[in-house]
Design a protein around this ligand. Structure first.
Ligand SMILES: Nc1nc2c(ncn2[C@@H]2O[C@H](COP(=O)(O)OP(=O)(O)OP(=O)(O)O)[C@@H](O)[C@H]2O)c(=O)[nH]1
Ligand SMILES: [Mg+2]
Length: 258
């Protein structure tokens, strides 16, 4: 892909989050092995107590080790990607400075729970990963990552027969709560699924470069129900705090608070 400057003047920042062990590092290693020959990539990992994920990715040999930086959160993983993103932002910006011009910086969250999502101030687009080994019902449990991440990956589909899960049903369950947002059933060994993943990322990059990618916040909060029965998500507070913008599906409207 040509070295096209982006309107933002920086790399596309991609968040990867999801519960512990669902395959975040493996997905990043996969993307690096597929794309590092044609794109300039870098990675920031988050671990609570160690730099284990960064060491895993360096040892995978998919990227120059200097392009993989670790943030040790020392606290709940979601804090460092959502509430106080300073350490992550500094790591991303340092990589962008050291290896300019980068095409993509991938940020791996520490393994967390179904409520963790990235702040849109840290990443331009985000992937949430669950896996079949976590149980076929996980996709139905909802939460902001499953319902509103830019991409949902249902990983390790090769394990489905061994854990008694129907991956087609799991993807259908996920699709039913995502209002048309994409879902990819992935397995490291399934070429078609890996191509679907890389195609999604390249499309995001093209949109970023064209200035069409608007980071959206999956939101940290649970859905709530309005008196008229519509389900809503809290989007953001306005500076004057007089009212809030809420979003029902894709229909944004104003909503005054007492
Ligand atoms: N069978 C199978 N195993 C996979 C696949 N992807 C990842 N794994 C395995 O799942 C395990 C966890 O993968 P990781 O990539 O370390 O998961 P993670 O989400 O980064 O884990 P944490 O960072 O500790 O939360 C490893 O043993 C991987 O080899 C897959 O597509 N199929
Ligand atoms: Mg990991």
């Amino acid at each position: 892909m040509p070295d096209t400057p982006t309107p933002a003047g920086r790399a596309l920042r991609v968040g990867v989050c999801g519960p512990v062990g669902t395959g975040k590092s493996s997905l990043i290693a996969l993307l690096c092995s597929r794309l590092a020959g044609s794109l300039d990539l870098a990675v920031v990992t988050n671990d609570i107590y160690t730099d284990e994920d960064a060491r895993f990715l360096r040892s995978a040999g998919v990227l120059d080790p200097d392009r993989i930086r670790a943030v040790e959160t020392g606290a709940c993983p979601h804090t460092a990607i959502r509430d106080d993103i300073t350490a992550n932002l500094l790591a991303v910006e340092q990589l962008e400075e050291d290896f300019a011009p980068l095409d993509i910086v991938l940020v791996e969250s520490g393994g967390d729970n179904l409520t963790a999502t990235f702040s849109p101030a840290l990443v331009d687009t985000q992937v949430f990963i669950i896996d079949v080994a976590g149980g076929g019902d996980v996709a139905r449990k909802g939460g902001p990552g499953i319902t509103r991440a830019d991409l949902l990956v249902v990983n390790k589909t090769d394990l489905a027969p061994y854990v008694g899960v129907d991956p087609v049903m799991m993807v259908a369950d996920a699709a039913a709560v995502r209002s048309g947002r994409p879902v990819i059933a992935l397995s490291q060994g399934d070429k078609a699924s890996v191509t679907a993943l890389t195609d999604w990322l390249l499309t995001q990059l093209a949109q970023h470069r064209a200035g069409h990618l608007v980071p959206t916040d999956p939101g940290p909060m649970a859905a709530h129900v309005h008196t008229d029965g519509t389900v809503a998500w809290l989007q953001h507070a306005h500076p004057d705090d007089a009212d809030l913008v809420r979003q029902d599906g894709d229909d944004v409207h104003r909503h005054a608070h007492a």
